[in-house]
Design a protein around this ligand. Structure first.
Ligand SMILES: Cc1cc2nc3c(=O)[nH]c(=O)nc-3n(C[C@H](O)[C@H](O)[C@H](O)COP(=O)(O)OP(=O)(O)OC[C@H]3O[C@@H](n4cnc5c(N)ncnc54)[C@H](O)[C@@H]3O)c2cc1C
Length: 312
């Protein structure tokens, strides 16, 4: 029996991958139902491919594809990012939540909580604030970024937006949000909800161990989050690797495969480190590798545009 704790992106996908292979699996989440929290952006082609493995037509959950990603006033053509209805998708993937007696394996899919694996030394978890609001603004992705964090406005269709910000320095979040509002015309308005969150900004190599006793981690719990704080597609990628290792009885290969197949995250988080430490030369050296990956996955951009964007 495998017990998964955490029915977010990684846990639900893993549950269905393993169940369809005949594994006995239980899943449990501390939430009573999926909520509307932020994080509705994902790389379309990756999501489409992963979810087809469990018989889900991802197109049914796509809300819209923004034409541009506008970062610090620089307009970049969106390649493959879509907004999807994460709440509905998770609701459709949720099954009866239960805790099994004496499971052989416990999967820690609890995201930034990492509730079952040992704590990480020098963990870096960014505090975030997010709201849902209505605005009459062209539905692009708007970002205002600086060395220590960024604010975003993501369109949800019908004039609705997720607006939020994260920063290593918690006290700077409201200022960053106000800068985003002023720059793109998101005037303060009544929010239908406001909540706080956290996102882990460390690469997998710094989130070891992935396996401790009978606990194995997946998704954000083991640092599968890009340097831009994008963790949905990486969570799916890690869950697929874990499922394959379990199906083939090759759990000993799990760590090696995560580090190899998600190596691009290492470079991006090294870049975040370099920016936080004001190590501009290292940041500059890492940029070509990052651009090579991200201009294929997310937005079309050149080295000069990115240098201008981050002031390098
Ligand atoms: C504000 C914000 C905006 C973001 N925007 C994006 C975005 O647009 N695109 C993107 O790709 N990524 C985004 N991310 C990151 C992304 O949300 C995560 O990296 C991704 O959801 C990780 O998936 P996961 O399954 O590992 O964890 P999660 O999706 O976080 O799921 C973890 C689950 O574990 C549950 N849980 C926690 N503790 C316990 C416990 N003790 N017992 C049982 N259950 C527990 C939680 O309730 C949750 O359901 C954002 C993050 C934040 C905070």
């Amino acid at each position: 029996m495998i017990q998964i704790y955490g029915a977010g992106i990684a846990g639900t996908y893993l549950y269905h991958l393993l169940s369809s292979e005949g594994f006995e699996v239980a899943i449990y989440d501390k939430r009573s139902e999926p909520d509307c929290r932020c994080a509705w952006g994902i790389v379309y082609s990756e999501a489409k491919s992963f979810y087809s493995d469990i018989g889900i037509n991802f197109d049914d959950y796509v809300i819209l594809k923004p034409e541009y990603v506008v970062a610090n006033g620089i307009w970049l053509k969106n390649r493959d990012i879509v907004m999807f209805d994460k709440k509905s998708l998770l609701a459709d993937l949720w099954v009866e939540m239960r805790k099994a007696e004496n499971p052989e394996i416990i999967v820690d899919a609890t995201g930034s909580s990492r509730a079952f694996l040992p704590k990480i030394a020098n963990d870096r978890v960014l505090p975030t604030v997010q709201t849902t609001e209505k605005h009459d603004v062209e539905p692009n992705l708007y970002i205002q970024m600086e060395r220590t964090g960024y604010a975003w406005a993501f369109p949800l269709g019908d004039g609705w937006w997720h607006i939020g910000a994260g920063n290593v320095e918690k006290g700077e979040i409201e200022r960053l949000l106000n800068e985003l509002r002023a720059k793109y015309g998101f005037n303060p308005t009544d929010s239908t909800c406001r909540c706080t969150g956290k996102v882990r900004m460390l690469p997998p190599s710094r989130c070891r161990p992935f396996i401790s006793g009978n606990v194995v981690g997946v998704g954000e719990a083991i640092g599968c989050v890009s340097g831009a704080g994008e963790g949905n597609a990486p969570a799916l990628a890690s869950a697929k690797i874990l499922a394959e290792c379990m199906i083939n009885s090759e759990l000993e290969k799990y760590e090696e495969r995560i580090l190899k197949e998600l190596e691009w995250i290492e470079n991006e988080q090294r870049f975040v480190d370099a920016m936080l430490n004001n190590n501009r030369l290292t940041a500059l050296k890492l940029l070509p590798k990052i651009i090579a990956v991200e201009s294929r996955r997310t937005v079309k951009h050149s080295l000069s545009e990115i240098r201008k964007l981050i002031g390098l």
